[in-house]
Design a protein around this ligand. Structure first.
Ligand code: TTP
Ligand code: MG
Ligand code: MG
Length: 381
């Protein structure tokens, strides 16, 4: 039997907004367009207690929850958080299928220690929170359906094992509308036929129910009994650009401080390039000044690059030309026109070796990034 894990971020868009503004904590908050015909993308758990939910018109949500704070969404920001979260997970667990912006399935058959699954996943949940600042719920089961139902069982920071033994106790009492795969329109039709819980469906042989569900009947009934698809497909996520940015707690004009942030961003970017086995042929520096004006400058490279030293070196070339000494609030480094890495295995080994030596040398100096490969310097001229 496989060990499939489903991980889903808790009230993701609201959690993301709360990271930026901690005054939203524990309040009735929703993300959505607060205008005519605006709908709720998601809402905090306190708001859910009033009946607010995703897809609800904002006007109705405000009527049933008068204190509701409706804030506009920042999708680029959510995508960045999501990307960080899943690339961290992917490095630990390569058999990962991202199912949406905030959830994934992982095949942990070979990594979850038998008998110690709960503690292992609990530690992972804490580690994810420590590293990414994001809270998630986790479910474990022998297939995707059970894993998904497990992560939905308790929120926030839930951890539920939907083992075969647990099915009658945990899964069957749930309202049929909670069953993944039963839509908003189907649930009331099933209830009209006396199918109120998942357990009712699991034990149903009523011809009327079979007729109502059509082809889905056998499939959903077997899922309700704990059987289902257990294949996690590793999607080929193909980034077109990769970037990293840092915000200063106080605006900075210190060259050394800015340089050190560029170095740290370059390291993040290079790690992702390595992870996806890509090279970059264009590099960009982004600067946001204290008046919130954002400028970026890009440079095409003569040959594809990778590795933190090369990213840092080129980023500094642009920065030195571009920066005029203004106070900086946010700084970012990105690579664009990302292409498949073409270096042969042999070349790759050489690059790694050289990179390691440079890193060691730079670590001995007060501030890194002062030494570069001569061939790289030549190619920039
Ligand atoms: P979900 O994981 O379905 O919901 P959630 O993370 O907000 O809450 P939960 O803790 O119950 O998992 O969706 C992830 C994000 O996708 C959600 O934060 C906002 C967005 N979304 C929409 O924009 N519209 C929708 O109808 C839904 C369901 C989600
Ligand atoms: Mg979620
Ligand atoms: Mg989700």
């Amino acid at each position: 039997m496989k060990k499939i894990v489903h991980i889903d971020l808790n009230c993701f868009f609201v959690q993301a907004e709360t990271l930026k503004d901690s005054s939203l904590k524990n309040k009735c908050v929703a993300v959505g367009y607060d205008g005519r015909r605006g709908v709720i993308s998601t809402c905090s758990y306190p708001a859910r207690k009033f009946g607010v939910h995703s897809g609800m018109p904002v006007s109705e949500a405000k009527r049933i929850c008068p204190n509701l704070l409706v804030i506009p969404g920042h999708y680029q920001y959510y995508e960045n958080l999501s990307r960080n979260f899943f690339s961290f997970l992917k490095k630990k667990f390569p058999i990962l299928e991202q199912a949406s912006i905030d959830e994934c399935y992982i095949d942990m058959t070979d990594s979850l220690p038998t008998g110690n699954e709960y503690n292992y996943l609990f530690d992972l949940q804490m580690e994810l929170y420590r590293v990414t600042n994001l809270k998630c719920s986790i479910g474990l089961g022998s297939n995707k359906f059970l894993a998904k139902m497990g992560s939905d069982y308790k929120k926030p920071l839930g951890l539920t094992i939907m083992s075969q033994d647990n099915i009658p106790k945990l899964l069957w009492p749930l309202d049929i509308s909670k069953m993944y795969g039963v839509g908003k329109k189907t649930a009331p039709r099933l209830k009209d036929l006396g199918i109120n819980t998942i357990g009712d469906l699991a034990n149903c042989s009523d011809m009327k129910v079979r007729k109502t569900l059509g082809n889905l009947f056998d499939y959903l009934k077997s899922e309700a009994n704990g059987y289902g698809d257990d294949v996690v497909s590793i999607e080929a996520f193909d980034p077109k650009s990769i970037s990293a940015e840092r915000t200063f707690s106080e605006d900075s004009t210190s060259y050394d401080e800015l340089k050190s942030m560029i170095k740290s961003c370059s390291e993040d970017v290079a790690k992702e390039l390595d992870y996806y086995q890509k090279d970059a042929i264009s590099i960009v520096i982004k600067l946001r000044s204290s008046d919130f004006k954002t400028r970026s400058k890009r440079m095409s490279l003569e040959k594809p690059i990778n590795g933190s030293d090369q990213v840092f070196f080129n980023a500094m070339m642009i920065f030195d030309k571009f920066y005029k000494g203004e106070p900086i609030r946010l700084i970012g480094v990105g690579v664009e026109k990302v292409v498949e890495r073409i270096a042969s295995v042999k070349e790759n080994k050489e690059i790694k070796k050289e990179d390691t030596i440079i890193q060691e040398l730079n670590q001995d100096m007060s501030f890194g990034g002062k030494i570069f490969l001569a061939k790289d310097l030549k190619s920039k001229k």
